[in-house]
Design a protein around this ligand. Sequence first.
Ligand code: GZL
Length: 313
Amino acid sequence: MKSIPCLRLLFFLSLAVSAFAGDRQVKIGFAQTGAESAWRTANTNSMKGEAAKRGFDLKFADGQGKQENQIRAIRSFVAQRVDVIVLAPIVETGWDPVLREARRAGIPVILTDRTIQTADESLYACFIGSDFYEEGRMAADWLARKVNGQGAIVELQGTPGSAPANERRRAFADAIAKHPGLKIIDSQSGDFRRAGGKEVMEAFLKKHGRAIRIVYAHNDDMALGAAQAIEEAGLKPGTDIILVSIDAIREAVQAVVDGRLNCTVECNPLFGPKVYDIIGPLIRKEPVPKKSYNKDELFDATNAAAVIAQREY
Ligand code: GZL
């Protein structure tokens, strides 16, 4: 049998050791928002796949798009005495009471993907995710250069009350304020869903017709739905109407290569490894960084073709 170099053996042993607290397997409760987009599917797969690789006992709860389901899941994790709770909070507010219950039970909470609004930051151990304000700013600055600061914009917003929708909307509005020729003429939520983006875009086209020059979508699923609506209206997405979006899922990067989308700002969902690297220090009650942001980049016609083969989600 081919011998495994001792370094690789040590690496796998260290993963196995970190999967155990004392002589029992580490139990993690993960309350996911739902399954609304391709981004979410990739995030769930990263969290599940990496837990399996590291030998963690992952209790997965799909919130199905409802905060009350996530709250119920957290209470169930507390009752099961998990070692750590991971929460991807669907909206920003309403978490303090249940996070106080987790704290009373002595169970640390990791926030992933989305942030919460709370006056008591001690209710969670740390946050791991992307900087949504930066993503919105990057999208707006790219657009201003692309259209020389001129054009009527329709905005497809994400889930109402969610951190990405709030921050991407705020950042984009702040950035385009520097360009009086850029104006948001309509804005509505498509709930981060492809069908939602298509339906809202159909309504915008009926209401505004060819006045629309630009679509700003808070995620790629809605942008791709909007592109379909634009094509069904006999127009060319990416040419007749500029589309700028966020997530950089593979299908959107391909749409940029094909000229149906003009720009997508990455929001990397594959942070299972980063989350699980924190589990050991948390269980050992060692200090961990309060906030850690994933690195995100931007894809447009200048670089999409060069990266499409390497896209992992
Ligand atoms: C962003 C994440 C958002 C994605 C959407 O971190 O919360 O939710 O942008 C997803 O695709 O539905």
